[in-house]
Design a protein around this ligand. Structure first.
Ligand SMILES: [Fe+2]
Length: 476
């Protein structure tokens, strides 16, 4: 018998609560006009635990579930499926949860201690003809774009060529089609080494290196420019010793400082340049590029204190829930003085920065975020309040909000055509209608958010709070 979920964890109820049904809907009801030119599928990934957790639960530790919205000729269909990971399969068979959160051995059933399974719950990307569900501690997990079932057993290792885990935020070079990625804890759980790799669009691994980091850390995302791989190591540290003694496996240790590695794309880790910066935390950059005079620019949603994680002794890292704001970081790697400069671009807090990814690694004009704060872990109150469009050329921004109980998913840009100008297209976001406890897929004109959604596809069910998604163009 499956146990009920505990009621005292804000990430297991309300907007964050998992759904226990898998559905197919061929024709969602639509309000407004779904653009006829919009042809493709929006895949959204997020944690959705199948069973009650063993030991402490962290929002980042739930089983992945994919929500797929296929749009074709004005029609929207919907399908949601748990990712059939080895962990999900064995727990489904046994009818109970067997692994501690993040595979914490202290809470893991001895029967699955050696399983070391992905939970594939963070992102989903389309690259080289493969749909890959991602988290950050294991290999990608390949899914069929139409059925969402695993392809060839799931794990994609490009012929056993991975030399570490695989980030949930690989970067795809729009010019070459190359996908650049890293994996932290590359030499075993909570190790300080980081793998650096890349794979071509036709599936050839072209880099397999290990970078020695200053300390074991949770590295969620990174940046790639034309000439540099930029790997930031923030003082959100990890420790097996802590995990085994019941303390937080991941914790905020600002005294260790931020260390940012610059590795040349046409060089090796032996050529790494390190830049130190004040302690901060960034889950996500927006875009990243080089200026004409060779400076490296990385736009980030920066927190002064890492959110959602405590200090090493388990006490809160800050009194108030930390907020991320948009900053522009500029690095002058050839400079003799200050190599690091930061400029705040907006006072609004937010998360989930995205941009027109055809302009990844290039100077760019348009970006979007979900504005508001992420959930307060004490009260469980999610406070995301809208979508914001930034015009970085004019410095202007426009926002759109819905009802006070409505919540916004990551905004995903879809160009009007392959050759459309930057920002010319639509912005897609999965909205949660708090009063009605159900979700809508909302479609906006990407640079005219103030107009509100031009089309809404209505679900009768709920898409729980999640993380990232991407668009795969074309028919299924
Ligand atoms: Fe992320």
């Amino acid at each position: 018998m499956a146990k009920a979920f505990p009621t005292d964890n804000p990430f297991l109820r309300g907007y964050y609560g998992p759904v226990n049904t898998e559905a197919d809907a061929a024709h969602l009801q639509i309000t407004g006009e779904m653009p006829k030119e919009l042809l493709g599928t929006l895949y959204r990934n997020g944690p959705n635990p199948q069973f009650a957790p063993r030991g402490p639960y962290h929002w980042f530790g739930g089983d992945g579930m994919i929500h797929a919205f296929h749009i074709e000729n004005g029609n929207v269909s919907y399908k949601n499926r748990w990712v059939r990971t080895p962990k999900w399969e064995i727990e489904n068979k046994e009818g109970e949860g067997l692994s501690g959160t993040f595979g914490n051995p202290r809470y893991t059933d001895p029967r699955v201690m050696a399983l070391n399974s992905t939970i594939a719950n963070t992102n989903i990307v389309w690259h080289g003809g493969k749909l890959l569900a991602l988290e950050e501690a294991h290999a990608p997990f390949a899914l069929d774009p139409a059925t969402l079932m695993p392809v060839n057993g799931g794990y994609e290792t490009w012929g056993d060529k991975l030399c570490g885990p695989f980030t949930a935020h690989p970067k795809i070079d729009p010019v070459t089609g190359e996908m650049v990625f890293f994996g932290y804890s590359a030499k075993g759980r909570f190790s300080k080494e980081v793998s650096l790799q890349s794979v071509t669009a036709d599936g050839r691994i072209t880099r397999a290196e290990i970078l020695d980091g200053p300390y074991p850390s949770m590295i969620h995302d990174f940046a790639v420019t034309k000439n540099w791989i930029v790997l930031p190591i923030f003082p959100l540290t990890s420790s097996m010793e802590r995990a085994m003694s019941g303390k937080p496996p991941f914790a905020w240790e600002p005294d260790k400082g931020t260390h940012i590695a610059f590795i040349p794309r046409n060089g090796t880790v032996a050529d790494v340049k390190w830049v130190s910066a004040p302690a901060s935390y960034v889950f996500h950059p927006m875009n990243h590029f080089e200026t004409a005079d060779g400076k490296v620019v990385v736009d980030v949603m920066k927190y002064d204190v890492a959110p959602l994680f405590p200090r090493p002794d388990g006490s809160p890292a800050s009194d108030q829930p930390p907020r991320a704001r948009l900053f522009r970081w500029t690095f002058d790697l050839d400079g003799h003085g200050n190599t690091f400069r930061e400029q705040q671009l907006d006072d609004r807090s937010g998360e989930f920065p995205r941009f027109d990814e055809r302009f990844c690694m290039s100077d760019y004009r348009h970006g979007w975020i979900v504005s508001g704060d992420i959930t307060d872990p004490k009260t469980g109150e999610p406070r995301q309040d809208g979508l914001v469009h930034y015009d970085l050329e004019t410095g202007k921004s426009t926002a759109w909000s819905a009802g006070k109980d409505d919540r916004f998913g990551e905004p995903i840009f879809v160009p009007r055509s392959e050759t459309a100008a930057e920002g010319d297209g639509w912005l897609l976001s999965v909205l949660y209608r708090g009063e009605e406890k159900r979700s809508d897929l909302a479609v906006f004109e990407a640079t005219d958010l103030g107009r509100g959604p031009i089309a809404l596809a209505h679900l009768s069910s709920r898409v729980p709070a999640g993380f990232h998604g991407n668009w795969r163009p074309g028919t299924l």
